[in-house]
Design a protein around this ligand. Structure first.
Ligand code: CP
Length: 313
């Protein structure tokens, strides 16, 4: 693959290979000297049209740990603000001869469009409610390290599924790897007909969490809702917020996950987020490793891009 646009299109063998490569990247990241030369001389541009803490900073660190020159394009102070279109922005950046562009955009499909307009590799860092493939990969890596395998696990994904690219990419990945996915949330925040994707859909957290191996909470994405449709925090937390009482329905060793950023007291009780079952900070560490693995894998497909010595593969 020249690009990573989504989990859709990846085979289980591709996913396993990326997770295996990520294990090497964890080792590198835990050393005092963290630098490889896989992307030495290469240019990576991070182009984020939406806010990000985890994804942007981990892509920056991942690129730097592989030796790339990383440029963070500041969209807020760019000519996008003067009305330059996505396609014109892409053509402008392409003329500067980057090797990899990492893109986050509020519109589903925008990253695919951009990939058709540039000559370099493109990585989707989240496009609208469509996909966030590196999030699903880092979640899978976190789960695999705790549970050994994804095959046969019951994973409950709960909350604002409607607006969640994280849920969609996770659903695709988890199904590909043989896990069973349960979705849970109010009907107003559940995509119509999502059962057709082969998951079980629940309205009640008690039913959704019963015997689950993993409980993945989603952020209530209020910024994507009409003001009149935003649920009250108190009511939402009562029915859909993960507290100790609801978590008790899951297996005693169930993992608690959240992609971040968290709304404490909305979709998750702070005590649960900080409990021994929570792997939320570990997900962040895995994020750097997975992004190193993705960049490393793409490096082998860059023009004239045989990996330099020091590659972690
Ligand atoms: N999980 C995630 O994508 O977080 P950021 O929005 O902070 O990148």
């Amino acid at each position: 693959h020249r690009h990573l646009l989504g989990i859709e299109g990846l085979q289980p063998t591709d996913i396993s290979a990326l997770l295996d490569l990520s294990e090497n990247a964890i080792e590198v990241s835990r050393q005092v000297e963290k630098k490889l030369s896989t992307l030495r001389g290469r240019t990576q541009i991070n182009l984020f049209f939406e806010a990000s803490t985890r994804t942007q900073s981990s892509f920056e660190l991942a690129g730097k740990r592989l030796g790339a020159d990383v440029m963070n394009m500041s969209v807020a102070s760019s000519s996008v603000k003067k009305g330059e279109t996505l396609v014109d922005t892409a053509a402008t950046l392409n003329a500067m001869r980057p090797d990899i562009i990492v893109v986050r955009h509020h519109a589903a499909g925008a990253v695919q469009l951009l990939a058709r307009k540039v000559g370099c590799s493109v990585i989707n860092a989240g496009d609208g409610a469509h996909e966030h493939p590196t999030q699903a990969l880092l979640d899978a890596l976190t789960i695999r390290r705790h549970k050994g395998s994804l095959q046969g696990l019951i994973v409950a994904i709960c909350g604002d599924v409607l607006h969640s690219r994280v849920a969609r990419s996770n659903l695709l990945l988890l199904h590909a790897m043989g896990a069973r996915v349960r979705l849970c949330g109010p009907s107003t925040l559940m995509p119509a007909g999502v059962e057709r994707l082969g998951c079980d859909v629940f309205r009640s957290m008690k039913d959704a969490l019963d015997g689950a191996d993993v409980v993945m909470m989603l952020r209530l994405q209020r910024e994507r809702m009409h003001a009149a449709l935003i649920p009250s925090t108190r009511e939402y937390f009562r029915y859909y917020g993960l507290d100790a009482a609801k978590l008790a329905y899951a297996k005693p060793d169930a993992l608690v996950m959240h992609p971040g950023p968290m709304n404490r007291g909305v979709e998750i009780d702070p005590e649960v987020a900080e409990s021994t079952q929570s792997v939320i900070n570990e997900q962040v560490e895995m994020g750097v490793a997975v992004r190193m693995a993705v960049l490393d894998a793409l490096a082998h497909h860059l023009p004239n891009g045989d990996a330099a010595p020091g590659s972690s593969e």
